[in-house]
Write a protein that binds this ligand. Structure first.
Ligand SMILES: NC(=O)c1ccc[n+]([C@@H]2O[C@H](COP(=O)([O-])OP(=O)(O)OC[C@H]3O[C@@H](n4cnc5c(N)ncnc54)[C@H](O)[C@@H]3O)[C@@H](O)[C@H]2O)c1
Length: 371
């Protein structure tokens, strides 16, 4: 199959869909790989490395789009890329269609086979192509929180670990899933006092087992949250109710009760945020201060560490990508049925139930009846 990858054009997006090592794997499997010149630069991968791995380096994105049968990306295509779609193209990337009607229309109208990373669900219920980004966002949330606690950014001027003779910072983590667990790991490692809350008692039991006496677990309810955030130096919001907007657990009224210069990192911002005062921010201007509390609400946190993010993402996407390229999408699905769950659009039909339910203008088609 002709497989390719272009440079991401979203603002401040430096990740890339394929590394030179990925290229080697596709080439060894007998595929032709086309890479836009400069596509990997933001993640520190040079054209010469792609070339040495067996890729054909192409001058423009348009030529790559026109040539390939399977496009491997990171972010959803932007409107300037829609005219480059062609019928039958396999587009393997994050799509996030539920919030994006223009893109959904473009994929349907051009009969692209849209294979979305974020809806590929394994048999055990895990979402393997989303997990690495949650791991990164969770770990990064503490790093960013620590930075914005510094005085020059409007923070309290507190060091997470303290030093002998000074108090350690209090970190409150709302949501003990993938992001929360990874945040917890770094927070514990930095020596802070950590409280983690969830509504799922089994999850709390798991966290209690792995972190033991180094953390406090609490059931998530308004009373516990209000009490905990009053003492907090850093609050991490990372709750998720799949398919729904995040519940607004972190209320505006808490801000005035908190320490001036405390920091709130709302990782759940991509699902609308779990703070009443959350507003989306971007890497080039990531924080704002409301009622004395520093808010960090960047929707694509892994973009801050593109080298790690690219390697982590492509570690996860490679095996499914090789199955699709090797057998064609249809046979790959028949041999590994979990791949069906990733197909959002196919031959002009919308084949993802959750996306169809998010709009009232599309008819849902069961992918197994058409693919
Ligand atoms: N901003 C970014 O760059 C970025 C990156 C990765 C993930 N995310 C987002 O982070 C959020 C969390 O992702 P995840 O992978 O950890 O999800 P997850 O499903 O692994 O964990 C979510 C947890 O929230 C808990 N929860 C639900 N309602 C709650 C409540 N009322 N109080 C406390 N806990 C509650 C669930 O029980 C679950 O344990 C998602 O919105 C995800 O999209 C953002």
């Amino acid at each position: 199959m002709k497989v390719g990858c272009v440079k991401e054009i979203k603002n401040n997006e430096f990740r890339v869909g394929m590394t030179p090592d990925n290229v080697k794997s596709y080439v060894n499997a007998g595929h032709d790989v086309y890479i836009e010149k400069g596509a990997g630069e933001g993640s520190g991968f040079l054209d010469a490395e792609y070339e040495a791995a067996g890729a054909k380096m192409i001058d423009t994105a348009k030529e790559v789009w026109d040539t390939v049968e399977m496009m491997i990306k990171v972010k959803e295509p932007l409107p300037e890329e829609y005219p480059l779609f062609h019928e039958g193209l396999i587009l393997y990337t994050y799509l996030h269609l539920a919030a994006d009607k223009p893109q959904t229309d473009a994929l349907l109208n051009s009969k692209v086979k849209g294979v979305a990373y974020e809806t590929l669900i394994e048999r055990n219920g895990s979402i393997p192509l989303l997990a690495p980004m949650s791991q990164i966002a969770g770990r990064l949330s503490i790093q960013e929180g620590a930075k914005y606690l510094e005085k020059r950014f409007g923070g309290e001027g507190v060091l997470l670990a303290g030093v002998p003779g000074t108090p350690k910072a209090n970190i409150v983590i709302l949501g003990g899933g993938s992001v929360g667990t990874n945040a917890c790991k770094i927070a514990v490692g930095m020596g802070a006092n950590v409280t983690i809350m969830d509504i799922n008692l089994q999850r709390l039991a798991y966290l209690d087992d792995i972190f033991g006496a180094r953390i406090q677990t609490l059931v998530s309810n308004d009373a516990n949250i209000e009490k905990a955030v009053k003492e907090a130096d850093l609050v991490i919001g990372c709750v998720l109710i799949p398919g729904k907007s995040a519940p607004k657990l972190f209320k505006k009224k808490y801000l005035k009760e908190m320490k001036p210069g405390a920091v709130f990192v709302d990782v759940a911002v991509d699902q609308g945020g779990c703070g009443e005062t959350t507003k989306v921010t971007y890497h080039d201007d990531p924080i704002f201060i409301e009622d004395g509390v520093v808010h960090y609400c960047v929707g694509n946190m892994p973009g801050a560490v593109p080298r790690t993010s690219t390697i982590a993402l492509t570690n996860a996407t490679l095996s499914y990508g090789l199955q699709i390229a090797g057998k064609g999408l249809e046979q790959a699905c028949k041999d590994n049925e979990v791949i069906y769950s990733a197909i959002n659009t196919y031959d002009g039909k919308l084949t993802c139930k959750n996306v169809a339910d998010s709009f009232d203008c599309y008819e849902y088609t069961d992918v197994r009846t058409v693919c």
